[in-house]
Design a protein around this ligand. Structure first.
Ligand code: SAM
Ligand code: CA
Length: 278
């Protein structure tokens, strides 16, 4: 009896081990498949221009674009988006859903006198120019005129170029000049900041004087590719790591600034709206 019992026991152990190995194998295959899917979706995430999103599901983001953004995107913005897609730095462009958001926001607040720091080929600039009235103004600044001029023909064709006053060069000295003249204080309804992140706090010091009480400043990329919550040893791209601390410092400073009310939205790469209250 003893050897048979032992044989049965061994057979049972063997069966259990086999089942365990099978389970482990299946879970490994599943994990590999999920990782591959994740990697594929991560890789796809920034490949297409304007397909920048913090949403965890690319399919959901695509749904937003296809259902409510692209069908309502004004023809000139579509043209500028497609033209920008061919440019090597197209990762910098404002995404189509954020363009739609800015356009709506500007209309809601009846913005007329506006400013933009960081133009690139002008997608957010065009969204602004199309939203403000015919006698509205945008003071637009960028260190690079070439990229602005790439998109300019589309802006001209849309019949809104007369609203734009483009200044080539760093924005900070222009802001200092504006602040010097008291008549510019509290004169802007809306200011969009989408340039060098290491200067955002310097911009904020000046812009808070220039925006009117009740007006808005929008700081773009305040979630900085999600890196604001990345662990210290996370493998970040060099420029992401470099600007991350500045973005986090800005977010902290805005959160405690009594002169503004704030609202941080996960649109695009994160945009923080600041409404001046005093
Ligand atoms: N808003 C743009 C759009 O919708 O496509 C994207 C702007 S892109 C993210 C940032 C821009 O800021 C670049 O075109 C860059 O040349 C500009 N820039 C960088 N440093 C600047 C500075 N100190 N003053 C003004 N513009 C600057
Ligand atoms: Ca941006």
């Amino acid at each position: 009896r003893f050897p048979i019992q032992r044989k049965l026991k061994l057979a049972q152990v063997h069966k259990q081990r086999k089942a365990k190995r099978k389970k482990l194998f299946i879970s490994r295959v599943l994990a590999m498949a999920t990782n591959t899917q994740d990697q594929q979706s991560q890789a796809g995430r920034h490949q297409e221009v304007g397909h920048k999103s913090l949403l965890q599901s690319d399919a959901l983001y695509q749904y937003i674009l296809e259902t409510s953004v692209y069908p309502r995107e004004p023809e000139p913005m579509k043209e500028l988006r497609k033209l920008t897609a061919k440019h090597p730095w197209n990762l910098m462009t404002t995404s189509a859903d954020e363009g739609q958001f800015l356009n709506m926001l500007l209309k809601l607040i009846n913005a007329k006198n506006t400013m933009e720091i960081g133009v690139y080929t002008g997608y957010s600039l065009l969204a602004t120019a199309l939203a403000i009235p015919d006698d509205g103004k945008i003071l637009a600044m960028d260190v690079n005129r070439e990229n602005y001029e790439l998109g300019l023909p589309v802006i001209q064709k849309a019949g809104v170029a007369h609203k734009i006053d483009f200044k080539e060069g760093p924005a900070l000295p222009v802001l200092d000049q504006l602040v010097e003249d008291e008549k510019n204080h509290g004169s802007f309804d809306f200011i969009f900041v989408d340039a060098d992140k290491d200067n955002y706090l310097n911009y904020h010091k000046r812009l808070i004087e220039l925006v009117k009480v009740g007006g808005l400043i929008g700081y773009d990329n305040t979630l900085w590719n999600g890196s604001v919550v990345a662990p210290p040893d996370a493998p970040l791209r060099k420029y992401v790591r470099y600007y991350r601390d500045f973005v986090m410092e800005l977010n902290k400073a805005l959160a405690v600034d009594p002169r503004i009310e704030i609202c941080m939205l996960p649109v695009g790469d994160g945009i923080t709206l600041c409404r001046r209250v005093k």
